[in-house]
Design a protein around this ligand. Structure first.
Ligand code: VGL
Ligand code: ZN
Length: 199
């Protein structure tokens, strides 16, 4: 039991209705996650945390619009509306999210030139956030991932978790997705193929 950890991905105002990159029904996960926290001995939260002018923002690329693709030195990158700007209200956790149980809050995407969907590695798949070391050192091996968005930060985190040798399970009742150009189906397939348990 003590090796189980609930990893709550990006339950922030900008991903909830009214936010800059709102996920449909995103705030519906909040009461579900709050209740789940009582069932886990350990809780980690992640926070998408971008400097103003971040390279994942369409506004930083003249001629590009939100949800366009671009090529970055590390590979293709989807461009987003400005969101989760460091210190802004949009970057804050949803006000009803229970945060007191969190033993670690890991921030990601703070390097201006690189995005980070995964809680483990930035989008170059090489720059670590430090989460692997934290979990290993604490013997936390059994991960349950929930939050926003299912087909981006939750899925990338779950795929990296398995790659890093953790057991990873995604609880869909506590997730909501963006679903851009079939991304939900694609990422659900990738998670299944990689051995992520989906419940
Ligand atoms: C996310 C797009 C950009 C997410 C974060 O939390 O899924 N998606 N930044
Ligand atoms: Zn982001």
């Amino acid at each position: 039991m003590s090796n189980k950890v609930l990893i709550v991905i990006d339950v922030q105002n900008d991903f909830c209705p009214g936010g800059a990159l709102a996920v449909d029904d995103g705030d519906a996960v909040v009461p579900v996650i709050n209740a789940l926290m009582g069932e886990f001995p350990h809780v980690v939260l992640t926070q998408d945390w971008h400097p103003a002018g971040h390279s994942s923002f369409a506004s930083s690329h003249p001629g590009k619009a939100p949800f366009d693709d671009t090529d970055m030195p590390y590979g293709p990158q989807r461009l987003w509306p400005d969101h989760c700007v460091i210190g802004s209200d949009g970057a804050a956790f949803h006000p009803d999210l229970e945060t007191s149980r969190a033993e670690l809050i890991i921030r990601k995407g703070f390097r201006p030139g690189i995005d980070s969907y995964s809680a483990f590695f930035e989008n170059d798949h090489q720059t670590p956030t430090g989460l692997t070391g934290y979990l290993r050192e604490r013997g936390l091996t059994d991960l349950t991932l929930v939050g926003l968005a299912t087909d981006f930060c939750v899925a990338y985190s779950a795929l990296d978790a398995v790659k890093q040798g953790f057991s990873a399970s995604v609880l869909l009742k506590a997730c909501r997705g963006i679903d851009l150009a079939g991304s939900m189906e694609t990422m659900m397939g990738k998670m299944r193929d990689a051995g992520v348990e989906i419940n």
